[in-house]
Ligand binder design. Structure first.
Ligand code: GLN
Length: 397
């Protein structure tokens, strides 16, 4: 077994589950009434390992809509249909669309992880010149002796971390690659949506799934793909959520029109049909249990661990996990990558899909959201998990 002492592991999961249960922070999403009615008390954790071991605790059989958690899944399916090159001629892979010297601060008025970083890092260290003279400190790498050259930013940053500790450094400098909102009305420097994990990119992804089929056949096709991902466990469609998404979608319409104005879509794209398809994807329903199987399929390189069905290609999964890692948690993505170091995606219904590659998939669900739009209990669970186990991408150095 991939987790030899699975019972011991489950005991830890129980403890983390209970500690997160006491977290009553956050607010349930209220932009549509169907989501506002979700109960704050709901809390579910479900795990499925790549060899099919299961753990479930809490409201694991209550259906909820996938919302933005559908973005990586549809992206993975669209990659299988179109290939990486075609996909990425329409949608970027950048978390940020900022230049390294762009004159801007993040939403906390901190510097982003960019060119300004080195200067701020330097200012944080008092008597830096003395330290250099005493040989306690050196400027960047020998190849890039100039502290203002980008390669040395990294060196400088690593040294300052060692001197001051992460907490102090990051009280001044952010750790977000992006300062963009998930639904920000902008395109990247190539006039594409930045990546498939934000709304513009997900609308584009929807446009690239079987565009020649009728709306009904497209829905059937994607529903069947999602069912295979969940290995025949629960998958539903919430028509009330779909209808109200469509009603309250000024921004998504604006994004689609903005992209059409900029000639982003493939020729022949039907804009309203594409938006409907995007809202339908957001309105697919899962439970934490079926969500765990979906996440486990990603963890297992695209092969559903329960059915053995090769649902997604290995390349598609690799691309998807990469973008979940850098862009999956809205404006907390950089901080999540820093602190948790695992690919994940959250949605406004309070869902978090967490993938531990080659090990397991986890689905967390609790509706109250923090200011970034991520489930409060969900994020806490991820933090506590990596504090107990070496699952962070860079833990084993
Ligand atoms: N349906 C929502 C939207 O497109 C999904 C957003 C989300 O989960 N953050 O605005």
């Amino acid at each position: 077994f991939i987790i030899p002492d699975f019972r011991g592991f489950c005991h830890h999961l129980d403890q983390i589950y209970n500690s997160c249960k006491n977290n009553t922070n956050g607010k349930v999403a209220s932009y549509i009434p169907q989501l506002a009615r979700l109960k704050s008390e709901h809390w579910a954790v479900s795990v499925c390992t790549v060899d099919g071991q299961r753990y479930s605790n809490g409201d694991v059989n209550v259906p909820f809509t996938l919302q933005s958690c559908s973005k990586p899944l549809t992206y993975a399916m669209a990659l299988g249909l179109n290939g990486t090159d075609t996909m990425h001629s329409y949608v970027g892979m950048e978390p940020s669309g900022r230049y390294f010297n762009e004159l801007c601060l993040d939403y906390n008025r901190l510097m982003e992880m960019d060119g300004s970083l080195a200067q701020v890092s330097l200012n944080l260290v008092k008597n830096v010149e003395q330290k250099v003279r005493r040989g306690e400190w050196c400027w960047g790498s020998p190849k890039h002796p100039n502290p203002a050259s980008p390669c040395s930013y990294v060196m400088t940053y690593a040294m300052v971390l060692g001197l001051l500790g992460a907490e102090e450094v990051h009280s001044r400098i952010g750790m977000e690659p992006s300062g963009r909102q998930f639904n920000e009305l902008c395109l990247d420097y190539n006039n594409k949506p930045h990546n498939p994990m934000i709304n513009a990119g997900a609308i584009m992804t929807a446009a690239l799934v079987k565009p020649h089929l009728s709306a009904a056949d497209r829905f059937d096709f994607i529903f069947n793909m999602y069912r295979r991902l969940a290995g025949d466990e629960f998958l539903g469609f919430n028509n009330a959520v779909f209808l109200s998404e469509k009603e309250c979608a000024d921004r998504n319409f604006a994004l689609a029109y903005f992209m059409r104005e900029n000639k982003c879509f493939p020729e022949g794209t039907r804009l309203h049909e594409t938006l409907d398809f995007y809202f339908q994807l957001c309105s697919l329903e899962i439970t934490a249990e079926s969500g765990a199987v979906m996440a486990a399929t990603l963890a297992n390189g695209g092969i559903n661990p329960l059915t053995g069905d090769p649902v997604l290609t290995v390349d598609a999964v690799r691309n998807t996990l990469t973008l979940m890692h850098s862009c999956g948690m809205y404006n907390y993505s950089g901080q999540f990558a820093f602190k948790v170091g695992l690919p994940s995606k959250s949605g406004v219904s309070g869902c978090v899909l967490l993938v531990i590659p080659n090990t397991m998939g986890i689905c967390l669900w609790s509706p109250p959201l923090d200011n970034n739009g991520n489930s409060c209990r969900g994020v806490q669970f991820c933090m506590e998990l990596v504090s107990r186990f070496n699952f962070h991408n860079f833990d084993n150095l």
